[in-house]
Design a protein around this ligand. Structure first.
Ligand code: MF3
Ligand code: CO
Length: 251
């Protein structure tokens, strides 16, 4: 069942997501060559806690950390580690979730570490655009399938592949609510988007083929072909005034 949120619930989700974006900003500022992903995790946990938040990922199905740090061919769910030190030329996806006053915030960005190749830069840019195009679809009268279609059309126009193994999701008091939000598929299908619907939209776009493998750690999802992948995520509400990127857009 898809649950629509009240104005008060949207305000709470906005606060939770604002805290996530603050934490992401701190992590991104600290993400330079030589820093370990474990140090970035500690920074995020400290920031969320300092504002009364609790990491949403930690303990979720046994996940051991506050953020996911996915480097280069890692797509999502990379576990922060003392032994993973960032290098100039890497691309790093950081995904962060919080529970604040009973509501979940969830967002992710992919950033360059030092100078990166033009190829990598374009992948990041286009993946960000995929998310922006999906956000623009979040209006009353559109359908769920229009969201995934927007992502797929833009990614494939650039010769990239959409990851099929993971999707976005509804979000509210639980991190994963209905509906599931694939980043692909035909337009004009699926449930109608209504004011109060909140979706975590998270395109995962590969430079090469769409295939995914999971590391022996049981979490880290990598590209099967070893090529780069990028990931951006916003939690977005449908309103009568258009899309509301929670935690980012002022309202
Ligand atoms: N943004 C991801 C998701 O929505 C992050 C979850 S990581 C996990 O599924 F460890 F909590 F699973
Ligand atoms: Co998510």
């Amino acid at each position: 069942m898809i649950v629509l949120k009240t104005a008060a619930e949207l305000a709470a989700l906005d606060r939770a997501n604002h805290l996530v974006h603050e934490a992401l900003t701190r992590v991104v500022a600290a993400a330079v060559p030589g820093v370990s992903t474990w140090e970035l995790d500690a920074l995020a946990e400290e920031h969320l806690g300092s504002r009364g938040g609790r990491p949403a990922f930690k303990g979720y199905r046994g996940y051991p950390a506050t953020i996911c740090t996915s480097v280069n061919d890692a797509i999502v769910h990379g576990i922060p580690s003392r032994s993973v030190k960032l290098l100039a030329g890497d691309v790093l996806s950081v995904d962060c979730g919080v529970v604040l006053d009973g509501f979940v915030g969830d967002a992710a960005v992919t950033v360059p570490i030092g100078d990166i190749s033009p190829t990598a830069r374009q992948l990041l840019q286009v993946t960000r655009e995929c998310l922006e195009r999906a956000v623009e679809v979040m209006r009353p009268g559109k359908r769920l399938g229009d969201v995934g279609h927007a992502v797929q059309a833009h990614a494939e126009a650039h010769g990239y592949a959409v990851v099929r193994d993971f999707c976005g999701h509804g979000i509210g008091r639980a991190m994963h609510e209905e509906p599931s939000v694939p980043n692909y598929g035909p337009p004009g299908r699926g449930p109608e988007l209504r004011p109060g619907l909140v979706l975590a939209i998270e395109p995962m776009i590969n430079l090469g083929k769409p295939g995914v493998i999971i590391d022996p750690d049981g979490w880290t999802a990598r590209t099967e072909d070893g090529k780069l992948s990028a990931h951006f995520e916003y939690s977005v509400a449908v309103t009568d005034d258009g899309p509301w990127v929670l935690g980012v857009d002022g309202r």
